[in-house]
Design a protein around this ligand. Structure first.
Ligand SMILES: NC(=O)c1ccc[n+]([C@@H]2O[C@H](COP(=O)([O-])OP(=O)(O)OC[C@H]3O[C@@H](n4cnc5c(N)ncnc54)[C@H](O)[C@@H]3O)[C@@H](O)[C@H]2O)c1
Length: 264
C-alpha cells in the first residue's frame, strides 16, 4: 500500500464550524478514501458520525482511531447494492445518534471496463453502486431531516465524465446523473429547508487511486491539466463538504461545487 502524503495544512489553521457540533452526519462508503477523510473531519468538528462500508477492516480501524480520540462514531457493514439494508442502516443510525441532518452520498466504485464487453449484468451492478444508492438514501433520511427542521445532502459527482475519460463508460453515465439528482430534488427538498448540492472532485490522491490508477506518467498529466500545482487530497474534499453541511452555507442549494484544482 503506498504512503499517503500528509495533509499540508495543520489542523489549527483550518475552519471550525460550531453549527456542526452535535449534528448527526451519515456517510456512505466512509471506511476509506475521501469518505474516511470526511468521517474524520466531521468527527473532529464534534459531529456524531455514522458511516457504512463493505470494508470491515478499514472501517473498524477508522472508527477505533476516532473513538480513541473521544469522538462519536457509529458504523456498520452494509453493501449499498442492497437497498433494504441501506434504508435500515439510515434508520438505525438515526435511532443510535439522533435524527440525521447531514447525508453524504459518497460511495462509488471506479473499476475500469471496456465499452464493448459491458453486459446488462455489469451495467446493473455498476449502477447499483454508483447511482442508485444516493436516491434511496435521501428517501430514507428525509423523515429524519423533516423532523429535525432541515438538513443538507451532499452528492458526490466526478470530473471523469466531464474530462471524457474513456475507460469507465458506465461509471461516467452514473456520475453524470448526479447533477440531475441534485437539481431534480432541490426544489422539493427546499420546502422542508433541506439543501442539496453536488461536490465534484478532481483527481484525488486516495489510497485506491495511488494503488491502482496513478502511474509514473500521471504526474505530467496532472500538472498539465490542473491550474494549481500540488495534488488534490481527500481532506480538500472534506473541507468543502464541511462548509456545505454547516449553517454557513444556508443559502447554497442545487449547485455543483468542484474541488479539482481547476482541471475542468
Ligand atoms: N478519488 C478520486 O480521484 C475521485 C475523482 C472523482 C470523483 N470521485 C468520487 O468521490 C467519491 C469517493 O471516492 P474515493 O476515491 O474516496 O473512493 P474509494 O473507492 O477510495 O472509496 C469508496 C469507499 O466505498 C466503499 N464501497 C465500495 N463499494 C461499496 C458497496 N457496494 N457498499 C458499501 N461500501 C462500498 C469502499 O470500501 C470504500 O471505502 C466517489 O463518489 C467517487 O466517485 C473520486
Amino acid at each position: 500500500m503506498p504512503t499517503l502524503p500528509p495533509y499540508p495544512i495543520p489542523e489549527e489553521r483550518l475552519a471550525r464550524y460550531p453549527s456542526l457540533a452535535g449534528r448527526t452526519v451519515f456517510i456512505t462508503g466512509g471506511g476509506s478514501g475521501i469518505g474516511a477523510a470526511m468521517v474524520t473531519a466531521f468527527a473532529r468538528q464534534g459531529s456524531k458520525v455514522a458511516f457504512i462500508d463493505i470494508d470491515e477492516k478499514a472501517s473498524a480501524a477508522l472508527a477505533g482511531r476516532l473513538t480513541g480520540e473521544g469522538r462519536t462514531v457509529w458504523w456498520k457493514r452494509c453493501d449499498v447494492r442492497d437497498i433494504a439494508a441501506l434504508k435500515a442502516a439510515v434508520a438505525e443510525a438515526g435511532v443510535a445518534l439522533g435524527d440525521i441532518t447531514v447525508l453524504v452520498n459518497n460511495v462509488a466504485n471506479d473499476d475500469r471496463h471496456e465499452f464493448e464487453k459491458v453486459t446488462p449484468e455489469y451495467w446493473d451492478d455498476c449502477i447499483a453502486i454508483n447511482q442508485r444508492p444516493a436516491f434511496f438514501a435521501i428517501q430514507a433520511a428525509l423523515p429524519q431531516m423533516r423532523r429535525a427542521g432541515g438538513g443538507s445532502v451532499i452528492n458526490f459527482g466526478s470530473i471523469s465524465w466531464q474530462t471524457k475519460g474513456p475507460d469507465y463508460p458506465v461509471y461516467a453515465t452514473a456520475k453524470s446523473s448526479v447533477n440531475g439528482l441534485t437539481r431534480g430534488l432541490a426544489r422539493l427538498l427546499g420546502r422542508d429547508n433541506i439543501r442539496i448540492n453536488t461536490v465534484t472532485p478532481g483527481w484525488v490522491m486516495t489510497e485506491r487511486q495511488l494503488a491502482l490508477w496513478v502511474k509514473p506518467e500521471s504526474d505530467a498529466e496532472i500538472d498539465h491539466n490542473q491550474c494549481l500545482p500540488g495534488r488534490v487530497l481527500a481532506e480538500d474534499l472534506a473541507r468543502m463538504v464541511l462548509f456545505l453541511a454547516s449553517d454557513d452555507a444556508r443559502m447554497c442549494t442545487a449547485q455543483e461545487f468542484k474541488v479539482d484544482a481547476g482541471w475542468t
